[in-house]
Design a protein around this ligand. Structure first.
Ligand SMILES: *[C@@H]1O[C@H](CO)[C@@H](O)[C@H](O)[C@H]1NC(C)=O
Ligand SMILES: *[C@@H]1O[C@H](CO)[C@@H](O)[C@H](O)[C@H]1NC(C)=O
Length: 735
């Protein structure tokens, strides 16, 4: 055994055992103690036809005579090499030690994380488009499927699928593609949960919503029961949609995600939208999204990925790969509010998406005075599951001291309405009954009113729209940095609208996510899942102007033209929004880009401690982690700068970058730095002259000094007078 395979083995075993212990509860487990594992073997074989024989020989060697061919769930061979197979932990460890195996990891469950937002972003219906080119772009939407009959996917005026499209439509009695939805496949590696349909059809709503946000056609008078009425449209209405259904009612498994990447890359999608993520950060070559998007990147396909909905705590972002844009969610200028009128004539403004119109006053009851048997006021006041007596609240408006999950509503289903309280009211949700979320001060006023009268009453009005002049602000639930795996790569990369987005919806999917009497073709929901497809669409828009650009160049254009934002909290800043709020109008003319190719990411992976053997398998060429090829993280040609230091440390770090000119003619750019006191940032050279498209110039940025806060924000702008190429510089204290 050579040294490199030895250390590679150690590396593999450490991560494998780490995951087995950390995540065992949520993996796709089986009755016989076997679980589904991904065996990732890097780039695709020359001879894809015999891939399964090759995998089988290896399995027979490890599993022995008991090997059952049906334990192989997927063979990945069209775009990379590997398989998903049911194994015991012991067998998984043995396979991890095999030559040619890059990584072995259990298939975990990932989770799913209008269109006014396009006007807010400055993309009017009349924005200049290269419509003919846009119509040849195929967006791969990896999600919960699609409801093809929704008017947003009407194919009137669309020609046949682009000539180079190689995908298929898994049509069935209940599913047909059209000239707008030109491909659809469904992936399910384990038993189907009860109620799910094995078809690309979406019964959840999420996939229909995200697909229409990217590429829905114009639909006038779209609304949710009159709320948010207007013309619904995606960011790039002429683009085509290819559906890869990877998410079911119990989540989205790694084995299925990789199967979708394997097909989508080979099918010829131009871009991938993935509003899905895991719960915990994972190293790059042990993560289905990182691996899949790496192979997509190799083929020039950008994958746009949501940051996650686990904020506002630090280190919650789980989309960490430098080769994809990670998208946070922020508000737009439209906000839904819901007025509450008390019997004494006082009104309070709450937050919710309330389509119901109560019309009359109803008796009010405080949940603290309505405990069910076995509970007392100290729990029922928060309306915890089953804590409220349904007989006491029937026909009344219930006042609770908190907000709670949708499943709770079933336990007091007979209530006429519900008033909740929260300090965090930066996004509105839907409920299966009239509801409004008040701030605690409003809640206290209502309690005072209730104790002042024998028969307190209230009514909850249908929601109305107000203008939110504070927008854009990153919403509390959006996952925050720092980056857990690579501290000195800033994540998330940017933010886009993800709060209260109106987009297409299946008529069978519940509006509020739980049993709901309503049905609609458009719904208003929030999440980084909603912001990710905005960035996908902007990336398509950029690609129509610059078809040959690499994923890194597109990502750079998105980031360097983003509008700077301000921290709401000291600890937040770039860890909430990265480079800032995406600006589609500027993104199509960035002036300069920080480009990067596969070899740059290979250097980066070598610098991250991956071995030659692992990196070679992944790339399929002879790139190796030899001395000249081990990249310093600070030199990856990234469009932002991050530096972590310890509390006692003084910052002293240089970063190397290369800019590529993307505009014809000669130009001269000057660097300007904005930095807080105590931090000295220099750029050398500080003037760069370019001669035409493709000309490249390098510079070094050096950060020195001390930081007085947990996170300090600075920035670098290269300007030629008309283009401002901006990068955030973030220095933070780790630990
Ligand atoms: C209410 O119930 C909780 C939990 O069962 C218990 O800890 C608490 O002592 C009870 N409070 C009263 C006032 O009975
Ligand atoms: C900063 O780092 C450079 C290069 O490693 C080194 O030469 C220099 O002495 C350092 N400066 C300080 C003040 O530590």
């Amino acid at each position: 055994m050579t040294r490199s395979t030895m250390s590679s083995l150690v590396f593999k075993l450490i991560f494998l055992s780490l995951f087995c212990s950390l995540l065992v509860s949520s993996s796709d487990s089986n009755d016989d103690g076997r679980k589904i594992y991904i065996v990732y073997m890097g780039s695709k074989l020359e001879d894809t036809a015999s891939a399964h024989l090759y995998h089988r020989a290896m399995l027979e060697e490890v599993v022995g005579s008991t090997f059952a061919p049906e334990s192989v769930i997927y063979t990945y061979k069209r775009s990379f090499n590997g398989f998903a197979v049911k194994l015991t932990e012991e067998e998984a460890l043995k396979i991890a030690a095999k030559e040619g195996v890059v990584s072995v990891f259990p298939s975990e469950k990932n989770h799913l994380h209008t269109t006014r937002s396009w006007d807010f972003l400055g993309i009017s219906q009349n924005v200049p488009r290269v419509k003919q080119v846009e119509s040849n772009i195929v967006v791969g939407v990896f999600d919960s499927g699609i409801w093809p009959e929704n008017p947003s996917f009407n194919d009137d005026g669309f020609g046949p699928a682009p000539a180079n499209w190689r995908g298929t439509c898994q049509a069935s009695t209940n599913f047909r593609c059209n000239r707008k939805i030109i491909g659809a496949r469904a992936y399910r590696s384990s038993t189907l949960p009860p109620g799910d349909v094995r078809s690309p059809r979406d019964t959840d709503g999420h996939g229909t919503h995200t697909a229409s946000t990217v590429a829905g056609v114009l639909v006038s008078q779209a609304s949710l029961y009159g709320l948010g009425v207007g013309t619904a449209r995606g960011g790039v209405p002429p683009a085509r949609i290819a559906v890869y259904k990877i998410c079911w009612s119990d989540g989205c498994s790694d084995a299925d995600i990789l199967a979708a990447f394997d097909d989508a890359i080979a099918d010829g999608v131009d871009i991938i939208s993935l509003s899905v993520g895991g719960k915990v950060p994972q190293p790059y070559l042990y993560n289905s999204i990182a691996i899949g998007s790496f192979h997509a990147m190799k083929r020039g396909i950008l994958t746009s990925n949501s940051a996650g909905n686990n904020g506002p705590k630090s280190f919650t972002v789980t989309s960490l790969s430098p080769w994809l844009p990670t998208v946070a969610a922020s508000s737009s200028d439209r906000k839904f509010v819901t007025q509450v009128l008390l019997g004494n004539g006082n009104t309070y403004q709450g937050v919710s998406i309330n389509t119901f119109d109560m019309r009359n006053q109803y008796p009010l009851i405080y949940a603290g005075n309505a405990p069910s048997i076995g509970f007392n006021s100290s729990t029922s006041r928060y309306c915890y599951e089953d804590s409220v007596d349904p007989n006491l609240v029937r026909g009344k408006i219930l006042l609770c001291d908190s907000t709670f999950g949708p499943t709770v509503f079933a336990s007091f289903g007979g209530a006429a309405g519900v008033l909740m309280q929260s300090n965090t009211r930066d996004h509105a949700s839907s409920y299966p009954l009239p509801a409004s979320v008040l701030d605690p001060a409003g809640g206290n006023n209502i309690k005072r009113y209730m104790s002042s009268t024998r028969a307190p009453t209230a009514t909850i009005f249908k929601s109305t729209v107000v203008r939110d002049t504070s927008a854009p602000v990153v919403v509390s639930f959006s996952s925050r940095g720092p980056n857990y795996v690579t501290h000195d790569i800033l994540k998330p990369d940017s933010t886009a609208p993800g709060v209260e987005i109106l987009a297409a919806w299946p008529p069978v999917a519940p509006i509020s996510g739980v049993r709901d009497s309503r049905s609609a073709l458009y719904n208003i929901i929030s999440g980084t899942s909603m912001s990710c497809p905005h960035v996908t669409a902007i990336a398509v828009h950029i690609k129509t102007f610059y078809p040959s650009w690499s994923p890194a160049a597109i990502k750079s254009a998105l980031m360097t033209t983003a509008s700077p934002m301000n921290a709401r909290f000291n600890s937040d800043a770039e860890f909430a929004y990265g480079s800032g709020h995406v600006n589609p109008l500027k993104a199509v003319d960035p002036g300069l880009v920080y480009d990067a190719s596969e070899s740059d990411y290979v250097k980066f992976l070598c610098g991250e401690g991956y071995t030659t053997a692992m990196v070679r398998s992944t790339t399929g060429d002879n790139s190796a982690c030899t001395s000249g090829n081990i990249g310093r993280v600070w030199d990856l040609n990234y469009p932002s700068f991050a530096l972590s230091i310890s509390r006692s440390q003084t910052a002293n770090q240089s970063f190397r970058r290369t800019l590529t000119n993307v505009v014809s003619g000669a130009s001269t750019y000057r660097a300007s730095i904005s930095a807080p006191q105590g931090l000295s940032i220099s750029v050398n050279p500080s003037v760069l002259s370019f001669n035409g498209i493709g000309d490249q110039k390098s510079f070094t940025l050096t950060v020195r000094g001390t930081v007085s806060q947990a996170i300090v924000s600075a920035s670098l702008v290269w300007s030629d007078g008309s283009h401002n190429v901006r990068s955030p510089i973030t220095v933070y204290v780790l630990g």
